[in-house]
Design a protein around this ligand. Structure first.
Ligand code: ADP
Ligand code: MG
Length: 331
């Protein structure tokens, strides 16, 4: 008897060890796409429980749709439409106020290269329509009246316009913000590894199997090629480029990122990619850097902790924030 007791104990301990050390359920990947924010939004999430992943991803898409409904200019009741229609001020949702606050911060830091009041300029070019056109200088000058970093004032959820005709366009920041919101929903559901990609506005949650995620930056003049690969984890990567939405006339490319000083498409870059702690910040910065060009653009990014940029200038030259060197691979 005295011998069997330790034996039983050993067997029980061995069984316990086998139970504790058994291979964990391998993580499954769930990948889904939906048309939102005027683009294809793809969410890929990893986790052990498929049903929970599915619920989390569904809720993340629902959150993006909720943000889009607040900030789209295409629905008359959205915050952005009400603000554009208002003669002096409007009260907006806290989410919209957050986007405007960030936009105004980057607008001020970039000497107005980011401008949340280019709604009329954008409408004149109609680049995303079937019938884009080149506006006259007079039309552009009129559409730019009263625009600029001081055109909107934010007080809590109240937004005041400097002039009644100002039309608000949050297109340079809202997509990134919606990506951040989707990531917050995934996190709250216990997801620790995921990517959310809204047409090039990407957030990488966690790492990728113990390694950084590898994000290819499209070559601006050859869509079969990557210009560089960025290694990132728990960060956003957002690219603004002149190759996504544009039309050509007489050999000239007219795209959708405007220099607020002229009302015409910015001509200093082919693309600007920004790595940052949030997709909203990366989105706002990528648009501003694109307008500013490599030198002023990299200086702007330096003002924001954790932000780094890769700029491809108008001639195809590459420019990097110093900290990006060790996190980039060239083809
Ligand atoms: P994408 O929409 O391709 O991700 P961006 O984030 O650079 O690219 O946003 C471009 C959009 O932002 C335009 O479609 C327009 O709505 C708006 N926009 C264009 N130029 C500016 C600017 N200088 N400042 C703020 N918003 C801008
Ligand atoms: Mg942007």
């Amino acid at each position: 008897m005295s011998l069997t007791r330790p034996l039983t104990l050993i067997v029980l301990l061995a069984l316990l060890a086998i139970y504790l050390l058994r291979a964990p359920t391998p993580p499954q990947e769930l990948r889904q796409s939906r048309l939102l924010l005027g683009t294809v939004v793809e969410i890929a999430a990893l986790g052990p429980d498929q049903a929970r992943l599915e619920a989390a991803v569904n809720n993340a898409f629902a959150e993006i749709a909720r943000i889009e409904a607040l900030m789209t200019p295409h629905q008359p009741q959205s915050d952005v439409s009400r603000l554009s229609a208002a003669s002096d001020e409007a009260t907006v949702a806290s989410e919209t106020a957050e986007v405007i606050a960030l936009g105004l911060q980057v607008a001020a830091a970039s000497d107005g290269a980011l401008d949340l009041t280019l709604g009329r300029v954008k409408a004149l070019w109609a680049i995303e329509s079937e019938t884009p056109r080149i506006p006259s200088s007079e039309e552009l000058a009129e559409a730019l009246e009263e625009t600029g970093p001081a055109a909107l004032q934010l007080d809590g959820r109240q937004v005041r316009k400097a002039a009644p005709q100002l039309a608000v366009d949050l297109g340079a920041v809202a997509k990134g913000y919606a990506v951040d919101r989707a990531v917050a929903v995934l996190r709250a559901a216990g997801v620790t590894q995921a990517s959310v990609n809204a047409g090039g506005d990407i957030f990488l949650l966690g790492d990728h199997g113990g390694r950084p995620w590898r994000i290819g930056i499209q070559h601006p003049r050859n869509d079969q090629q990557v210009a560089a690969t960025l290694l990132v984890a728990d960060q956003a990567v957002v690219t603004s480029g002149d190759y996504e939405r544009f039309f050509e006339r007489d050999g000239v490319r007219y795209h959708h990122i405007f220099d607020p000083k002229t009302g015409r498409p910015g001509d200093r870059c082919q693309s600007a990619s920004v790595v940052a702690p949030s997709a909203a910040l990366a989105d706002a910065l990528s648009t501003a850097v694109f307008v500013l060009g490599p030198e002023a653009g990299l200086a702007l990014v330096e003002k924001f902790p954790g932000a780094l940029a890769l700029v491809i200038d108008a001639a195809g030259g590459r420019h990097l924030s110093p900290g990006l060197q060790e996190r980039i691979e060239w083809p």
